[in-house]
Design a binder for this molecule. Structure first.
Ligand SMILES: Nc1ncnc2c1ncn2[C@@H]1O[C@H](COP(=O)(O)OP(=O)(O)OP(=O)(O)O)[C@@H](O)[C@H]1O
Length: 502
């Protein structure tokens, strides 16, 4: 097959577009035969107007001359090798419910063709398709209990959004089996996919690759190419007051949508028709975001089976109504700042945010909550720093402008307004002080955050932890604390350049 060689980044091999190439596999037992694995995503192309995925395997008689070296693989990378126990989790209801189709059309055949891995015992991988909101947590608890130091190392390929990550994190952390935690590889099939986007923000694509590969091609490259590393996933712990309840929706669709696939999950089906299910919760771990106010409300009110069908558009639909109401959330908020070098633990400065009503309080370990929504521009992948973004009561228009700044790469940071002052846009971390009532977006690194909720109406008492919603009783204090040292609950697969770019 002919290959043009004008420019390494404009490689075209037959009909294969460079940005669609996942990997180029040298076929076993030969020196000169290759297969190009590529993925085409056609939006609005399937029966229900969803994305269809086409995995192509293009044989080549000889080495593609213009192929970038890093796309060529000889076999499975170490994390999918024989010394690992590999699991594939299909979160059936993540995002718009594409994970089952993606597994069947792309990941299954790709793992077999490019890595020689098939589903099943004895050298293969275990497939888990979720049947309820509890499935991933149950699976992770099982892994956590069996965790056995370095002797049994697990790699979990996660076809989900951030919810799958937080369920894995809490399942493993809850079981507390010792040893280093399982490795997760992210395939972004949720709505926001904040962790994926934050980890694939810098240094991942081959320089100058235009047009850029899709998110799923990037994710599959991270999964299959060499040049990746297994990094500790930073996390925080949230402690809730007595009477707090985790709230989920369970509905008729919650029994799994990939009925044609093997289900190895033992979770009992919950026969609850589109209703809220509340469970007592004492503590949760998170790796992405802990929020109260506008963000938590948006996640919560858009997370109904009816809104979920609209994908990421659901946030915009619900935001409209919330911006109209422009609720000011009553809470007392205390921050503990990280100690500066040389300071002992006792020297940590505590500070109260000087207002009792808030529009937005969001502590995060990542930069992006969606691909283009950069809420914390100072955050670097895996830097382990917890940063707080906050502002006081604001009308809908103001909130929209602030959110608009986040969509422009983080320009909301340092915005000030009010009392006839000239509007200002900042961009530096730590210069926004305490987000005074007059109007300023506060942005600072924190070690710990304590929120005491003063709202009477339960509608306004929702806390969001990585997309999980917890309702907290009136007067209850929620504590968010960065976790450091000790063992990692989870490790995450990232391109080595991501770690280098910190
Ligand atoms: N079969 C199922 N039945 C009921 N709930 C399910 C099922 N499969 C997955 N879920 C739930 O659906 C939710 C999917 O969350 P996930 O975060 O993966 O996707 P998302 O919310 O669309 O994306 P993101 O969090 O990245 O915006 C999780 O709460 C999960 O527990």
């Amino acid at each position: 097959m002919a290959a043009t060689n004008e420019h390494p980044h404009s490689l075209i091999i037959g009909s294969v577009k460079p940005e669609e190439i996942i990997c180029i596999r040298r076929r076993p037992h030969t020196t000169s035969a290759y297969t190009i694995f590529s993925l085409k995503e056609v939006i609005g192309d399937d029966d229900q107007g969803g994305t269809s995925f086409v995995l192509s395997q293009t044989p080549l008689a000889e080495a593609p001359p213009a192929a970038p070296h890093e796309l060529v693989i000889e076999g499975p990378p170490a994390h999918l090798g024989r010394e690992r126990r590999v699991h594939v989790i299909v979160s059936a209801l993540s995002g718009t419910g594409r994970a089952g189709r993606f597994y069947g059309d792309v990941l299954g055949p790709l793992l077999e063709g490019a890595a020689g891995l098939v589903e099943g015992e004895g050298g293969g991988y275990r497939l888990v398709v979720t049947r309820s909101a509890a499935s991933v947590g149950e699976f992770a608890r099982g892994l956590g209990e069996r965790r056995d130091g370095e002797r049994e190392r697990h790699t979990v390929v996660l076809l989900s959004g951030d919810g799958g990550v937080v369920d894995m994190l809490n399942g493993v952390a809850g079981a507390d089996g010792g040893g280093s935690g399982p490795l997760i590889a992210l395939l972004p099939l949720g709505t926001g996919n904040a962790l994926f986007h934050s980890l694939h923000k810098t240094g991942v694509d081959r320089a100058g690759e235009q047009p850029p590969p899709s998110d799923l091609v990037r994710a599959l490259r991270t999964l299959l190419l060499s040049g990746t590393t297994e990094a500790r996933l930073p996390s925080f712990r949230v402690d809730f007051p007595p009477g707090s309840r985790r709230i989920t929706y369970a509905g008729p669709g919650s029994t799994g949508t990939a009925a044609d696939m093997t289900v190895r999950d033992t979770e009992e089906e919950k026969e609850v028709g589109g209703e809220e299910v509340a469970d007592a919760v004492v503590a949760l771990h998170g790796a992405i975001v802990a929020s109260y106010g506008f963000h938590a409300q948006l996640v919560w009110e858009s997370d109904t089976p009816a809104y979920r069908r609209h994908g990421a558009a659901r946030f915009g639909m619900v935001a409209k109504e919330l911006l109209r109401e422009a609720h000011a959330y009553r809470a007392d908020v205390e921050l503990t700042l990280p100690s500066s070098p040389g300071e002992g633990r006792g020297g940590k400065e505590k500070r109260q945010i000087p207002r009792d009503k808030h529009a937005y309080l969001l502590a995060t370990l990542v930069s992006n909550l969606e691909r283009t929504f950069c809420i914390s521009p100072a955050s670097r992948p895996l830097d382990g720093k917890l940063r707080l973004v906050h502002f006081g009561p604001a009308d809908g228009e103001r909130t929209m402008r602030i959110m608009g700044g986040a969509y422009e790469g983080g320009k909301h940071v340092g915005m000030r307004w009010g009392d006839g002052e000239a509007e200002a846009e900042g961009g530096r971390e730590g210069d926004a002080g305490e987000g005074k009532d007059k109007g300023e977006v506060g942005y600072e690194e924190v070690e710990e955050l304590r929120i005491t909720i003063r709202e009477e109406d339960p509608r306004w008492r929702k806390i969001c932890i990585d997309g999980t919603i917890v309702e907290v009783p009136v007067g209850g204090t929620v504590t968010v604390r960065r976790e450091e040292g000790g063992k990692a609950h989870l490790r995450v697969l990232v391109d080595r350049r991501v770690v280098g770019a910190r």
